[in-house]
Design a protein around this ligand. Sequence first.
Ligand SMILES: Cc1ncc(COP(=O)(O)O)c(C=O)c1O
Length: 408
Amino acid sequence: MYRHVEESQTLLINTQSKLLVNQNKKNFKFGFGQSPFLPPKKVLSALEKAVHHKEYSSVQGDPELRQLMSAFHKDHNGLEVHPDNILIAPGSKILLYTILLAFEKADVFIPAPAWVSYAPQAKLIGHHIIKLSTTFEDKWRVTPKSIQEAVKFKKNNASILILNFPGNPDGLTYNEKELIDLAKISRELNILVISDEIYGLLNHNQAHLSFANYYPERTITTTGLSKWCGAGGWRLGAAFLYNNIEPEFKQALIGIGSETYSCAPSPVQMAAKTAYKSYNNIIDYLDYQIQILKQIGNYCSDRLNASQIRVHAPEGGFYLFPDFSVYSEKLKNRGINTSQKLCEQLLSDTGVALLPASAFGFEEQYLAARLAYVDFNEPEEGVPFNLNKDCPNIIEGIEKLCNWIERF
Ligand SMILES: Cc1ncc(COP(=O)(O)O)c(C=O)c1O
């Protein structure tokens, strides 16, 4: 017998959207969260120059790259992890899987909403998944109370909590007080925290706070080039372990890496060195992206709210998580009673692609969806960004979405 594993919903929506394009139908690609920015020029040329690096690297990753990443994150967000305790891999996704796989059996606390792949990964391994409820009013934040509630469903296994901020699908982050409170309860309950901070450098105020600063003894932080550097397809992720990591845990992680992915692509590791070395260039490059993302995100959330589609203004990354509940009666009268149906109907009526809330851990009936505001072109070099000129698809797509729902 085979395992039942469905294709990840994010990749699926991309395929469906491409199908519309092939049928010559206009498509607003708000379903798939891929950065529209190119990596910085210096990094692109570093990759070109590194193609001859055909050798495998060590499983843990190039030592110089680990050292550079350690220094960069220490300066940038106070993460103090020794290069020996950093793992580089082909993307942070496989590192998340590796960390989960290092446990024979675990109780894994996953917030709803949360990124689409955490639960399927934990399920594949056979871990016990415990959902953490959050609310729109609480800006989808995990609270100590939600953890205390969820602990009742534990099964006597090791506890792992997955946090992700700025968040996919919500685009929101945690403030310092919230992180301190979460660290306190994690410590009390002896929880290993995986803090997925892949969007950390895209905090819209450049003020990302790493969870490990508040719970250094048992937080693993994951990050990488995919989002801030616009290089998802290059596949380079990193896990910052903690400094007193149990030797058998670290051994398990390296062992799993050695028996599965072997190492991250060597040329990409070389290019990543340039990315993390040119700190000042990075700051300018990030600032440039953030100013653009912030403008677009705020434009979208204002416009959606004006049409009674409830959504929080974004604080980082490039996602919004609009809630269509105000329209639920009207939608239900037309047979739209799940987020999946909502997205299918919207896509076929308007060409606007969103990802249903059911993919992020909600019940099917909850009428919300993820909107990735990345369907725009990076402005030409030296030309200032202009929302109207550079984002015609965003503006038209959001207008179509609002007009569509208002007609119900
Ligand atoms: C929240 C979150 N975590 C992890 C990943 C995986 O990123 P990577 O490309 O490093 O595997 C993504 C990518 O979409 C993501 O959105």
